[in-house]
Design a binder for this molecule. Structure first.
Ligand SMILES: [Zn+2]
Length: 679
């Protein structure tokens, strides 16, 4: 599913010779259609009973008389009957189905059903027996859809269509309206013969009698109820192409295009052209296209979304033959449709993956830089709209939240996509694509349901390593790392050290353990890049080089796309870090009168003396004479004082001339430098 959205972003990437600073300032928002903001396909009460049913629906067979809905005055009411077949898990003599009272009136029940009540959006059906585990039972329900606008069954101007996500199916047929209870689906419907009509699965049969036509659609593959659909229109345009299945030579899969007269034909033709390599490419990435047909239908302005990934019949907004939108919705055929979310807490497994598919398609058509540019835009959209909750919210599995929360663009869509990019960065391309393929085509889960821990387990099993920490940080915890890094260079000639402290300052989430690329540029215009594992906060990384470094770039390729980062060069003596070597610096100022500063660094604790001598070797001052811990120090030398500087008795001050100062660390280091007093 995808909304309309627009992006405005302003990004600055400032690179100076000694300071690297990434400053992001952006805003992103969704322009929601009227239908989206008014979408009422959820209610906090709806989901309370569905996940724990003692039975599992295996098949829905619907009989709809939609003849009048296509004719003026376009009523929303229709007569229907339905056979629900279910397998018993726990002995039972009654069942509950979801059915919204304001949309549906139940007239009678049959087959194994003997009576019913319909209150609080639930039908309680009494069965004719106590049924035992593994029994298969069918009930028949005769009902009417009322002439109401319910944001699920849409009628308008020759159009009839449905859109369910997340919980609208119960407004047009009684069902167990939860994504974990997938079932096969069958629809026999009656229309005027001028209507072209589509549904899930394949068109099994069409019978025309005078001005009336009956279509019989069957999906052999199980579908989550939010993906069950129908759409039809008087004088709809319908083109059928065929994808030659490279995995099964000689086999082809129909691709249906339902479209409205007046739409942009060149955009439509582009999709007709691109869908063939897209089907092949996605099949290569995720496993062979899993359904018996593929299809797209543009609807009218009543449709509340940009697109909806109804299984094997994707719905699009009018004239929306947009390649990115199609890349997204078609990705859902695996992520959401083939493997459906066990609960709504797992909705990011749909939307994060489908959003990531947009970038993958760009990578296929335009190369890696186009992919990465798209991921960067996803990150900008996250920063523009991050509401501060995590991707995975356990409570959503109990009470389905409002759609602006469940389908929050910044979290469920683009943060999910960025997390997949960072997973790719962390495990590497080869393992990442192996994970994608194995996850999407695992025979244990396909045509069934998945959850976030199944994905986590898949990452662990494919890589042979434990990536729970990655999920804990990026999926189960909110927000993102904020880096305030410092680095310093020290050394001379062919002996240089780089000290980098990676520091995360965020207070609103956990510490983010991540491998970080570090790029060092040198005075000779060469550079080198390596990876530092930032596994504890405030960790100091030290690197040694045989040429002078001029710049350090933190995460030069912006692989950790969800971060705020500032990396600053500090001079060695301002750096509070432990120095990497003994250093005695030249005093400053020099020549001096009467005061000068002497700085020195100790990489370890030692007994330190710092003394000043005249040219004859006489000690004229002892500035330090004690044990010092590792660190950077400075001391002021005053040529006048004979008290604080511990001058020999009787000496009131030094005369102009050359002197020497010597730093000595017992058994470890000694160095002497010259200083000039000029009165
Ligand atoms: Zn989507």
């Amino acid at each position: 599913m995808k909304s309309y959205y627009r992006i405005i972003l302003i990004s600055y990437f400032i690179t100076l010779s000694v300071v690297t600073k990434n400053t992001f300032a952006q805003t992103g928002w969704e322009v929601c259609s009227q239908g989206k903001t008014n979408n009422q396909n959820y209610s906090p009460n709806y989901s309370m009973i569905t996940p724990h049913n003692p039975f599992n629906v295996v098949h829905y067979k619907l009989y709809f008389d939609l003849y009048n809905n296509f004719l003026t005055p376009f009523p929303r009411s229709f007569n229907a009957s339905e056979v629900v077949t279910f397998r018993v898990d726990t002995a039972l003599s009654s069942i509950h189905l979801d059915a919204v009272n304001t949309s549906l009136t139940i007239d009678s029940v049959g087959l194994s059903a003997i009576s019913f009540t319909h209150t609080n959006n639930n039908i309680n059906i009494q069965l004719d027996n106590m049924y035992q585990p593994d029994d298969t039972v069918s009930v028949k329900i005769f009902y009417r859809h009322l002439n109401v606008s319910d944001q699920a069954f849409y009628v308008g101007n020759g159009f009839v269509f449905t859109t369910n996500a997340p919980e609208g199916a119960r407004k047009w047929f009684p069902c167990v309206d939860h994504p974990s209870d997938k079932a096969t689906f069958e629809l026999i419907a009656k229309f005027p013969s001028t209507v072209k009509f589509g549904s899930n699965g394949r068109l099994a049969d069409s019978v025309q009698i005078a001005d009336t036509i009956y279509h019989h659609w069957i999906s052999r593959d199980p579908i989550a109820t939010y993906l069950m659909t129908l759409s039809g229109k008087v004088n709809y345009n319908l083109d059928i192409l065929y994808w030659q299945n490279p995995f099964s030579p000689g086999d082809s899969i129909p691709v249906r295009f339902y479209w409205n007269t007046g739409e942009n034909i060149s955009n439509l033709n582009n999709i007709k052209t691109q869908i063939m390599p897209m089907m092949t490419h996605y099949s290569n990435l995720f496993g062979e296209y899993p359904f018996e047909k593929n299809g797209f239908a543009t609807l009218n302005n009543l449709f509340p979304w940009g697109g909806m990934e109804d299984q094997s019949l994707i719905h699009l907004c009018p004239n929306c033959w947009d390649e990115a939108l199609v890349a997204h919705e078609f990705g859902h055929q695996w992520f959401g449709d083939l493997i459906s979310p066990a609960t709504w807490s797992d909705v990011w497994l749909n939307e994060g993956f489908a959003t990531y598919c947009e970038a993958l398609w760009l990578e296929y058509t335009n190369g890696y830089s186009a992919y990465k540019q798209e991921i960067n835009i996803h990150a900008q959209n996250y920063f523009g709209g991050n509401p501060g909750w995590p991707i995975y919210n356990p409570s959503w599995s109990v009470v389905t939240p409002g759609i602006n929360t469940l389908y929050n663009f910044a979290i469920t869509y683009v943060k999910g996509s960025c997390v997949l990019h960072m997973l790719r960065y962390v495990v590497g391309d080869s393992l990442f694509f192996e994970i994608l393929h194995s996850y999407a085509s695992d025979p244990i889960y396909k045509y069934d349901i998945v959850n976030t821990s199944i994905l986590n387990d898949k990452v662990n099993s494919v890589t042979g390593e434990d990536y729970d920490w990655f999920f804990d940080q990026w999926v189960y915890s909110p927000n993102h790392p904020v880096y305030q890094n410092t680095y310093s260079f020290s050394g001379s000639n062919m002996d240089w050290d780089v000290a980098l402290t990676i520091n995360q300052t965020q207070q609103n989430t956990v510490f983010f353990e991540m491998p970080v690329e570090i790029k060092i540029k040198f005075f000779d215009l060469t550079d080198t890049t390596f990876i530092a594992m930032n596994d504890t906060n405030n960790r100091l990384f030290s690197f040694h080089f045989n040429k002078q470094p001029t710049e350090l770039v933190f995460d030069p390729n912006n692989e950790i796309v969800l971060k705020i980062s500032n990396t600053v060069l500090v001079s060695a003596n301002e750096d509070e870090n432990i120095p990497s070597e003994f250093i005695l610096e030249q005093n400053y100022p020099n020549p001096f009168n009467p005061n000068t500063i002497i700085r020195y660094q100790l990489p370890e604790t030692g007994f330190v003396t710092l003394k000043v001598f005249d040219v004859l070797g006489n000690e004229v001052a002892a500035l330090v004479n004690e044990e010092k811990t590792a660190g950077s120090y400075e001391i002021e030398f005053n040529s006048h004082s004979d008290e604080s500087q511990n001058l020999p008795a009787g000496r009131q001050g030094l005369s102009s001339g050359i002197y020497f100062y010597q730093l000595k660390v017992e058994n470890k280091f000694i160095e002497t430098k010259k200083l000039v007093l000029m009165k």
